[in-house]
Ligand binder design. Structure first.
Ligand code: ADP
Length: 495
């Protein structure tokens, strides 16, 4: 049996070496053996990571090590040899597929009987994915940091107030302008809600409801608010709250900007005051001229001077136009300063339409005018002002449609609304202009080009009057085919 022993031992030895190799290979991607001074790579098994070599290789450095890291690897090797301790390093390698990867490499000196190094036995792992992730993370961090610095610069140099709320109304960002306005530091203000930052309850409540609205609708919201500033007195602010979405499309924050528009408002006020003053000043002489014309008209009639009477008639029509224009401006300035008052009364819309119709038929001879109304449509509204809406829409229909064409006005019940439609067969209005018609001083370019007189206040006044009644006003039109202007007032229900 004895002669079997050496073979057995040999087998055992090779088995244990196999096992050892398997163990090392299981925990690392590469195993290698180096000559004592690392000049010769004796063996390398690389798996898929590094291409392996069976033969000893002297020129291994350029084959495996990234050029930039070669010196750094050499230094670490020298250090390990000198200190006779473990070589351990993370460095870049040239992978089997030719791309650059990362490895974490470790080699232990194997000592001979006399304590001399006979070989280095190393194992290296592929840490490329981890390094890539670290690099991505670092890049993302750098970008975020750069973005943060950029935001800081942008938001710190603007006089506008810039801030961010989380969905629980807590400030997560406030720019220097806002902090200055509050007289607080970042640490004092950020992380707090509106009330904690000195907002009055009504004001905080208003903004919190607006934040709810932005979250619910996922839409930005714009508003205007006036409040007393600690040092600057009463200021007017224009603000926009915009939703900030997360990856799932939910609102995760609300970004706001607020601009002090007090100066703009003041200029606007000055302009309005000016228009109002001019209109008032023009009215006095105009009233006298009208009465002189009327007196002279009576005398001309008495004297049977038909030529003079006719001319004075025309003068009267022109004076009427002037009066309406001036009244328009006066109404605008009254509206702007909130001096327009709605005197409610309950009346039948058909009755008012009959009056408007009679008056229109007497004065408008260029167009055929048709009125039609359901009966029993009552509203609780300012009769005088609703009459003005009819007349403004009617005079536009006349102004913007050709002589001889029909104008139809009808009223009907539509749900809880009394809906009035005024239809003409004029040039119509383009899609782009439709939504802007009701803005103050807005005029369609064609109207200007065709020298049709106007200041763009008629529809603005109509819209403001209708809105003061809690009503709606809109227009539908197809260029070339005419327009229909609608307004709707809440129907009055008898108790
Ligand atoms: P103005 O008539 O003084 O310009 P409005 O506010 O009454 O001012 O009207 C605003 C603009 O709307 C007008 O300039 C005109 O271009 C357009 N518009 C109003 N009514 C009509 C209509 N019936 N048909 C076509 N365009 C109209």
């Amino acid at each position: 049996m004895a002669h079997h022993l050496p073979a057995d031992n040999l087998k055992k030895l090779s088995e244990s070496e196999e096992r050892f190799r398997a163990l090392v290979m299981a925990t690392s991607d590469v195993v290698y053996r180096m000559s004592p001074d690392w000049t010769v790579l004796r063996q390398l098994e690389g798996g898929d990571f590094l291409s392996g070599v069976g033969e000893p290789l002297t020129d291994w450095m350029p084959k495996y090590i990234h050029p930039i890291d070669q010196q750094f690897v050499k230094d670490a090797i020298d250090d390990a040899i000198r200190g006779r301790h473990i070589f351990q390093l993370e460095h870049r390698v040239l992978q089997a597929d030719g791309t650059i990867g990362w490895t974490s490499s470790k080699a232990v000196p194997i000592l001979g009987d006399n304590g001399e190094i006979v070989e280095w036995f190393g194992a290296a792992s592929d840490i490329t994915p981890r390094k890539r992730m670290e690099e991505d993370l670092k890049r993302a961090r750098d970008e975020a940091e750069q973005q943060r610095r950029l935001n800081a610069i942008v938001t710190s140099n603007t006089p506008d107030l810039v801030y961010v709320f989380d969905p629980n109304y807590v400030f997560t960002f406030a720019n220097p302008a806002l902090l200055t306005m509050w007289g607080k530091t970042w640490d004092e203000a950020v992380g707090k809600r509106l009330l904690d930052n000195g907002y009055e309850p009504w004001h905080a409540e208003m903004h919190e409801r607006e934040i709810d609205h932005v979250i619910a609708t996922k839409q930005a919201i714009r508003g205007e608010v006036a409040f007393p500033h600690a040092t600057l007195g009463r200021r007017v602010y224009d603000y926009i709250f915009s939703p900030v979405f997360n990856a799932d499309g939910e609102v995760e924050a609300i970004a706001g900007t607020t601009r002090d528009i007090s100066d703009i408002k003041e200029n606007e006020q000055r302009k309005n005051d000016f228009i109002s003053m001019v209109s008032h000043e023009l009215k006095t002489p105009l009233t006298s001229v009208i009465s002189y014309v009327q007196i002279t008209q009576k005398r001309a009639a008495k004297n049977n001077d038909t030529v003079a009477a006719d001319m004075l008639d025309r003068a009267g029509v022109q004076l009427g136009k002037m009066t309406r224009m001036i009244n328009g401006f006066l109404n605008v300035s009254r509206l702007e300063s909130g001096r327009i008052q709605i005197d409610h009364e309950v009346f039948d819309i058909a009755a008012l339409m009959k009056e408007v119709e009679d008056e229109a038929k007497a004065s408008i001879l260029t167009h055929s005018i048709e009125f039609e109304s359901q009966t029993g449509l009552t509203v609780n509204a300012d009769r005088e002002k609703i009459s003005q809406v009819f007349n403004n829409l009617l005079s536009n229909a006349v102004k913007y449609s050709p002589s001889g064409s029909p104008i139809r006005v009808d009223a009907k019940l539509s749900g809880n609304w009394v809906e009035i439609a005024m239809h003409d067969e004029g040039a119509g209005i383009s899609k782009d202009d439709l939504p802007r018609l009701f803005e103050r001083y807005y005029r369609v370019k064609e109207a200007e080009a065709n020298h049709i007189a106007g200041f763009g206040i008629g529809l603005y006044l109509c819209s403001e009057i209708v809105k003061l009644h809690g009503g709606k006003i809109w227009a539908e039109s197809e260029p070339g085919k005419g327009s229909t202007f609608y307004f709707a007032l809440p129907v009055h229900k008898a108790e």
